[in-house]
Design a protein around this ligand. Structure first.
Ligand code: NDP
Ligand code: OXD
Length: 319
């Protein structure tokens, strides 16, 4: 096998145009050819796959594949394929993506704290009325998912004066965060938080976790007029009919949703027009190829120098 062929990367993406990524690979590694499809199902030249929602089975028979790189921090899109070869799956852990997610979380938490919904409606109606203004110190933000993104958002919210709690699968100690785990820990956090931020991965354990049962455990009285939900994890975590019912019954005051059960969010979804729902199109933290391609290439070079990959996914846990 000649050297160029041996360094081929398969970029397999569904739902968006990968040309920005291919361009960055060309800039940073002109010696590595990037292809959008393997030559054959058992193409021996493919060493790495860089994927977002790859067509199921496309990686199954590549005999020399050494790793799969996710184009996102989340990897549920990879596990939809039940013919995955047994090679390491490397996910994105990058300052650029983490900062973008914390920007989104801080933006939404502050908007709810500062009554953005109410003031926007007042502006449309030309109403001059100053309402009650709780301070960050009066508000507890509970973060479901205390991983790379959850911990960074927690630190930034704490810096702004919010009380911060968090929930994870395993017990954790994070400075400045009231940490919980397990079902009892979740109930405790839900019952004491004014705003819930969801930064969980989508796994068999977390699918549909934001449902009427969970929403029913939220605190009733909050300084914001009721509890607020912010989900930037995955749409599969939420049951949208339950969220809408909770908004109608007053169980939930408002929601900021970046991710949805079906994406793009169908035109007929009542979430689009709900006056207390803020919708963004899975844009909380984009994966920017200018930052992420050099990082992936660094990992490939380290691997070729005999070092282990970092940020490898635990297949059994699913994240
Ligand atoms: P991490 O793997 O670093 O963190 C995941 C956290 O979730 C960990 O604290 C983990 O617990 C916790 N967790 C996992 N399963 C459970 C469970 N069953 N019960 C309780 N806690 C659980 O992931 P990141 O922080 O990097 O990313 C989180 C998610 O954010 C991604 O998986 C992705 O879905 C989403 N995302 C969304 C983006 C967007 O634009 N909307 C952009 C980027 C990511 P433990 O610490 O014990 O392992
Ligand atoms: C991610 C995403 O997982 O963009 O990084 O959703």
């Amino acid at each position: 096998m000649n050297q160029t062929v041996a360094k081929r990367i398969l970029m397999s993406v569904t739902g968006w145009d990968p040309s920005h990524w291919v361009r960055q690979f060309k800039v940073h590694a002109p010696d590595r050819e990037v292809v959008l499809e393997p030559d054959t199902r058992a193409d021996p030249s493919i060493r790495y796959a860089v994927v977002w929602k790859q067509p199921p089975g496309i990686l199954a028979d590549l005999p020399n594949l050494e790793a799969i790189f996710s184009l996102g921090a989340g990897v549920d899109h990879i596990f939809r394929d039940n013919q995955l070869p047994d090679v390491p799956i490397v996910r994105i852990v990058a300052d650029d993506l983490t900062m973008r997610m914390s920007e989104y979380v801080v933006w939404q938490v502050l908007d709810h704290l500062r009554q953005g919904n109410i003031y926007r409606a007042q502006q449309r109606a030309r109403v001059w009325h100053e309402g009650e203004q709780p301070s960050a110190r009066d508000v507890t933000v509970g973060i479901m998912g205390l991983g790379v993104l959850g911990c960074d958002a927690a630190a930034k919210l704490a810096m702004l004066g919010f009380r911060v709690a968090g929930w994870s699968r395993s017990p954790k100690a994070v400075a400045g965060v009231d940490c919980h785990h397990g079902e009892a820990g979740l109930t405790q956090m839900l019952g004491t938080s004014d705003i819930i931020v969801v930064l969980l991965p989508l796994t068999d354990e977390t699918r549909g976790i934001i449902n009427s049962g969970l929403l029913g455990r939220l605190k009733r009285e909050t300084p914001l007029g009721g509890p607020v939900l912010i989900n930037a994890g995955r749409g599969g975590l939420q049951v949208e009919t339950d969220i809408l019912a909770a908004l109608e019954s007053g169980t939930l005051m408002a929601a900021s949703l970046d991710v949805f059960e079906t994406e793009p969010l169908p035109e007929e979804s009542p979430l689009w027009a709900h006056p207390r729902v803020f919708v963004t199109p899975h844009a909380a933290a984009v994966s920017d190829p200018r930052h992420l391609v050099p990082q992936m290439l660094r990992q490939m070079r380290q691997h070729e120098a005999g070092q282990p990959f970092s940020d490898v996914v635990d297949r059994k846990a699913g994240y």
